[in-house]
Design a protein around this ligand. Structure first.
Ligand code: LMR
Length: 329
């Protein structure tokens, strides 16, 4: 692993604070793939600031945005190997390791933002995070981004039949693949930072993503149609290397947990505001055609995806689906 930027020492020897005594600053390298003006980018900065304050500078969180260190496909292994200490990939990226998490990617599993928060920031979220331990990962929180919207260059997407024969980019998750295959769409699972050029070249017809990702990576400049479908949710599993976490003194762990709780609670509101503001920016600065699904259209999409619920209930247990749906009121 080749060093980069300042503090190379702390990266080539990931956690050397025990040998060097507690006066040495502890560095947490935090890698993520999105821009700074996004929910995750803002939360990462805020978390870094709160950790510095609470630990009186004993712990420094170094944030590396935009995938400058690792693409999503690489960052989980880099975390497990201890090359970096902290990541927050979309939970969809974790479904290969933890297939039960696929339930979170079922279309329309979440009703609205309150429902998302009740699930991910509550007991279900805690239970899911605890499953990471067997992979040498400390699950710390679920962060919010927002609901995903559909985009295409081929035509407006109002009914399931409008998707037929197109090629869409997905995150690597079997549930997302199945969602699009149900619609008759070919899928390409490619890293986030390759999406723009594949839309521009015409290799991809469309994508699903949140407004903040669409805005910050300018996907709306290379797409003609957007449907506000709110069909799926993009949330993040915030995680640390387990051995690194275990090596931290208890008081530092407590400070970090407090900083994380404050950041997570703040983000559930802030992420909605960022997505709303940036939708307005897209409307003002582009001529993309935006369709908002009517209630009837939404119902017809929900009905269309019902077979996936049967299939996933059988494969991964109806328990999670039922528990999540119980919290929707
Ligand atoms: C994506 O790949 O579309 C997202 O996971 C990017 C992100 O981290 O928000």
């Amino acid at each position: 692993f080749i060093g980069f930027g300042p503090n190379n020492d702390s990266k080539s020897i990931p956690f050397d604070h025990e040998q060097e005594g507690l006066n040495k600053q502890i560095v947490i390298n935090f890698s993520h793939v999105v821009a700074e003006n996004t929910p995750k980018g803002q939360a990462a900065e805020r978390f870094a600031k709160l950790v510095a304050e609470k630990t009186n500078g004993k712990v420094k969180v170094e944030v590396f945005p935009n995938g400058v260190l690792y693409a999503e496909g690489e960052e989980v292994n880099a975390l497990i190997r201890g090359e970096i200490q902290m990541i927050a990939p979309a939970y969809s990226n974790m479904t290969e390791l933890l297939p039960e998490w696929l339930i979170l990617d079922l279309p329309y599993i979440f009703k609205d933002d309150e429902h998302v928060e009740a699930v991910l920031n509550g007991e279900i979220g805690d239970a899911l995070l605890s499953q990471l331990k067997k992979h040498n990962i400390k699950g710390i929180a679920f962060w919010s981004n927002g609901f995903k919207q559909m985009m295409s260059n081929r035509g407006p997407l109002k009914a399931p039949a409008d998707f037929l024969g197109q090629r869409f980019r997905i995150m690597p998750s079997k549930a997302l693949e199945d969602q699009f295959h149900e619609l008759g769409v070919k899928t390409s699972a490619m890293p986030f930072n390759q999406v723009y050029r594949n839309l521009e070249s015409g290799y991809l017809d469309g994508i699903e993503n949140t407004i903040s990702n669409i805005y910050s990576k300018r996907f709306y400049k290379v797409q003609k149609y957007m449907t506000i479908s709110n069909h799926g949710y993009l949330g993040y599993s915030v995680m640390m290397n387990q051995e690194f976490w275990d090596s931290l003194p208890k008081d530092i762990q407590k400070d970090i947990e407090e900083a994380m709780d404050e950041t997570t609670n703040w983000l559930y509101t802030e992420s909605q505001e960022i997505n709303n503001d940036q939708l307005n920016m897209i409307k003002i600065t582009s001529d993309i055609l935006i369709h908002v699904l009517s209630d009837e259209e939404r119902e017809s999409w929900i009905d269309f995806f019902q077979p996936l619920y049967e299939e996933y209930g059988e494969k991964y247990g109806k328990r999670w689906i039922n528990e999540i749906q119980k919290l929707s009121n």
